[in-house]
Design a protein around this ligand. Structure first.
Ligand code: RNT
Ligand code: ZN
Length: 430
């Protein structure tokens, strides 16, 4: 077992008083920030447990559509029960409100020989029962990849109408499943759509696939399917490039921004889906000047869309600072999207989700009112000084207190439980 010192509950309490006093000198209420930060739901992606493998038993050599988990750390989940056990272990070690978002390829078919266009709520019955037991909400994702009909890199925008229709039916059936999940769990289910469609090299025709994609989504989202959009909240996710779609992605940022705005769906921004040095914090106020809501995929690209585990970085903090400064929490849905197969996968969840919630708490401790008044007075050196000052405020003491209030280990106190889970459960998996 690895010993990394972690404070006791008493030490956390002792350190919190002075920290709270220090924040209050700047007019910031640390107690209120903790309460609010713990209440904001973060939707954990189920696919960190098994490197985006899914539970269908399709052939292993079909294309992953540019999605690639690298590493071979032992303990990968091999069944629905193992995926759920790993998620439950991670959730046990996380402060605040969690949800889980699952992918259509985590259907449990129990011997049914149906393809993705015929999946039904019953294939997710175990997930729904599990979520009820844990008292959490579920979100959903269509799976337009890792399937023979996605193997040439096109799905909803395919030039073959038979393939396109198959994927439209998949989208519609997923919308019905999401609606049912939302109804059973009494909590609206966010259904995110991401497709890999694109081209490795310069396409001669960039137009036709985009036109087909508009029509395919219009068909999928048509009101006549009778899906209750208060229970199934559709979101569309853009991307700049993938492995094998380096030059052209049909569903680019501009495409989906315009689509979502004109069709009233939620727009999803994944932090790894832009140019390698492009960040997304500045896009939030720009999009929310027009869009009603954004879905975020909190991720960490390194040189490409590598989906590294999220850390408490400037990029992640700046995203949540923007949301806090714009009071846009109820217009933002937060989900995680990373998959690292090179480290303990439960540890990956805990680190990435804690980092995200830390950034939420950090943003809620921002002295926004003071910063704005300095800005209005033209005191821009003072504004910068205060921003710098806040980076070294006793934030760790407030974070530890949030963990204690939530009944989970503060600091690195989650490492030992992770290691015992690894020794007892993960180590047994071949
Ligand atoms: C892919 C997108 C998408 C996936 C998940 C598995 O580049 O980010 O969100 O990661 O659907
Ligand atoms: Zn994503």
């Amino acid at each position: 077992m690895t010993f990394i010192p972690a404070p006791t509950k008493e030490t956390v309490m002792d350190a919190y008083g002075p920290a709270k006093a220090r924040y209050s000198e700047f007019g910031v209420d640390a107690d209120a920030a903790i309460d609010q930060a713990l209440a904001i739901p973060i939707s954990l992606h189920c696919w960190q447990t098994d490197d985006v493998g899914g539970l269908e038993s399709l052939s292993a050599d079909i294309s992953g559509a540019g999605i690639m988990a690298t590493g071979n750390y032992p303990g990968k989940a091999r069944s629905g029960d193992e995926v759920r056990a790993d998620l439950a272990k991670a959730i046990e070690l996380l402060p605040g409100v969690q949800r889980v978002n699952i992918h259509a390829n985590y259907a449990e078919l129990e011997g049914d020989t149906v393809d993705r266009d015929e999946y039904a709520p019953k294939h997710f019955a175990k997930w729904i029962a599990w979520a009820k037991e844990l008292g959490i909400g579920l979100d959903f994702n269509t799976t337009f990849f890792a399937h023979p009909k996605a193997d040439d890199g096109y799905t909803l925008s395919h030039s073959d109408p038979a393939i396109r229709d198959f994927w439209i039916r998949h989208g519609i059936t997923c919308r019905r499943i999401a609606e049912q999940i939302g109804r059973e769990l009494k909590s609206p289910c966010v259904l995110n759509h991401w497709i890999p469609d694109g081209c490795k090299d310069y396409p001669a025709d960039r137009w036709a696939a985009r036109q087909r994609l508009v029509e395919a989504y219009d068909e999928m989202l048509d009101e006549r399917h009778g899906i209750d959009t208060a229970l199934c909240i559709d979101a569309v996710e853009s991307k700049l490039f993938g492995i094998g779609s380096e030059e052209y992605v049909v569903g680019s940022a501009e495409f989906y921004s315009n689509y979502a705005l004109s069709r009233d769906t939620v727009l999803c921004l994944d932090m790894g889906h832009f140019h390698p040095t492009e960040t997304i914090h500045d896009k939030i106020s720009a999009h929310l000047s027009f869009h009603k809501k954004l879905l975020l995929h909190t991720s960490r690209p390194i040189r490409w869309d590598s989906d590294h585990v999220v850390v408490f970085s400037d990029d992640v903090r700046n995203v949540f600072l923007e949301i806090a400064r714009g009071h846009a929490w109820d217009r933002t849905i937060i989900a995680l999207d990373f998959f690292d197969a090179s480290i303990n996968r439960v540890g990956a969840y805990v680190i990435g989700t804690r980092a995200t919630r830390k950034a939420i708490l950090y943003a809620l401790l921002d002295p926004t009112a003071s910063l704005i008044s300095l800005e209005s007075a033209g005191k821009n050196a003072q504004r910068l000084a205060l921003m710098e000052e806040f980076k070294t405020m006793p934030f760790g003491a407030v974070w530890d207190m949030a963990c204690v209030r939530s009944g989970v280990p503060p600091a690195c106190g989650w490492i030992l439980p992770m290691e015992s889970y690894e020794a007892k459960i993960l180590g047994e998996r071949s």
